[in-house]
Design a protein around this ligand. Structure first.
Ligand SMILES: Cc1ncc(COP(=O)(O)O)c(C=O)c1O
Length: 400
């Protein structure tokens, strides 16, 4: 029999099963899951999506184009819509600055493909989005810590002393901490990227999920203003329709200078030719109904209630020595346990003995991990169950 392990490409050594998927296989009817962080399916605009598919497929002309290949960068009316949406975030751009991707995950993968050669160093936050790290791993990237917004850019330490190739940050409601950069921090991150003269990925997947506080302009908007327009910006912005519409449409986008969009088109053409035309047409049909303040507030109201229930329960049950973030949006709260505690062991025990799921923060680091951290998501648990889930987690912590 063939020995597959000898046949794989070297880059696959870094591509390993995720802890979240593995632990997700432990099932129990009474389990309360704060692990996954998927959007709440009751909030999907199912009826609007069903109507849009029916409308397009029952019209012979629309159906023909909906089932055909489309432009690699995406369906033009949708690119125009996104360009108009970016203007509301303070980014003046046109459809030539937009490419549709299969979720923002594919955008991260493509940007890495464009910039990262084996052994290159990417500057990341600690902790950072683990899906981003897994995408970068496939290109055999190394990681160094992005200097904290108030440190000196020359503090960066790469393993071999070489210059970093790329920076990757989230600006709003980061996965996993829920934190956001303040305006001075955003400006400092841009200064650091400019001092190093590197491109900066701004992953803003949760931008629309704000439950309190005041919006701050994205890095792309600030940098475009500094540089005299998006064409001169070093920021490559990505976001997604997964969190407000539905992840299964697999539609996200990149907004960047047109030179970068043209390069990403080449990458997309080689990878999968083009985004699904029908899904893009359906999305465009439903956006007028769901990318509206009314629908966004309906979604935010549900998550706001869950966030508040989780914060209240953490306050009520957690033993002293445990701290957590208080996010203004997004789907996550980040918990720091006393420094002697081993979060991966706690997560297993909490699942098997206390029937509550969470993920250890360990896999959210490209740089050496903090082993006493947990990511909790309130997105999929009804408010009434959150109190019970946090009570169980606190019991597991006390028993560890
Ligand atoms: C920070 C961040 N970026 C990107 C993604 C990818 O989402 P999608 O590919 O569905 O757009 C996620 C998904 O959870 C995320 O948390």
């Amino acid at each position: 029999m063939i020995d597959w392990s000898k046949a794989y490409a070297a880059r696959m050594e870094r591509v390993l099963p995720s802890e979240i998927r593995e632990l997700g296989k432990i099932k129990h009817p009474d389990m309360i899951h704060f692990g996954g962080g998927l959007p709440e399916p009751d909030l999907f605009p199912t009826e609007a999506i069903a109507k849009a598919y029916a409308k397009i497929l029952s019209d012979p002309v629309l159906a023909k184009s909906g089932l055909q290949y489309t432009d690699t960068a995406g369906y033009m009316p949708l690119r125009e819509y996104i360009a108009r949406y970016m203007a509301t975030l303070g980014v003046e751009c046109g459809p030539e600055n937009i490419i549709l991707t299969a979720g923002s995950q594919q955008a991260i993968d493509f940007i890495a493909r464009l910039f990262v050669s084996a052994g290159d160093t990417i500057l990341v936050e600690a902790p950072t989005y683990l899906g981003g790290l897994r995408a970068f791993d496939a290109y055999e990237a190394r990681y160094a810590l992005l200097p904290s917004p108030f440190a000196n850019a020359t503090d960066v330490k790469t393993e071999d002393g070489s210059k970093p190739k790329l920076g990757y940050v989230m600006s709003d409601f980061k996965n996993p901490t829920g934190g956001s950069f303040t305006l001075p921090e955003r400006n400092r991150v841009l200064d650091i990227a400019a001092e190093m003269d590197i491109p900066l990925i701004e992953d803003n997947a949760y931008e629309k999920l704000r439950y309190s506080g005041t919006p701050v302009r994205p890095l792309l908007s600030l940098d475009a203003e500094r540089m005299g327009g998006i064409e001169n910006s070093r920021v490559i912005y990505t976001s997604t329709f997964s969190k407000i519409v539905a992840p299964s449409l697999r539609l996200g986008w990149v907004a960047a200078s047109s030179a970068i969009i043209r390069k990403l088109e080449l990458v997309k053409q080689a990878a999968d030719l083009a985004p699904a035309t029908l899904n893009q047409m359906v999305l465009l049909e439903v956006l007028d109904e769901v990318f509206t303040p009314t629908h966004v507030e309906k979604v935010c109201a549900v998550y706001r209630g869950r966030r508040d229930a989780m914060l209240a329960a953490l306050e009520k049950y957690m033993p002293s020595g445990v701290t957590w973030t208080k996010p203004e949006g997004g789907l996550f709260i980040w918990v720091t346990l006393p420094s002697h505690m081993d979060a991966p062991a706690l997560v297993r025990r909490a699942l098997t003995d206390f029937k509550v799921g969470s993920i250890s923060g360990k896999s959210c680091y490209g740089t050496p991990p903090e082993m006493n951290t947990l990511r909790l998501s309130f997105s999929m648990v009804a408010e009434a169950r959150i109190d019970e889930g946090i009570k169980r987690l606190s019991e597991a912590i006390r028993a560890s």
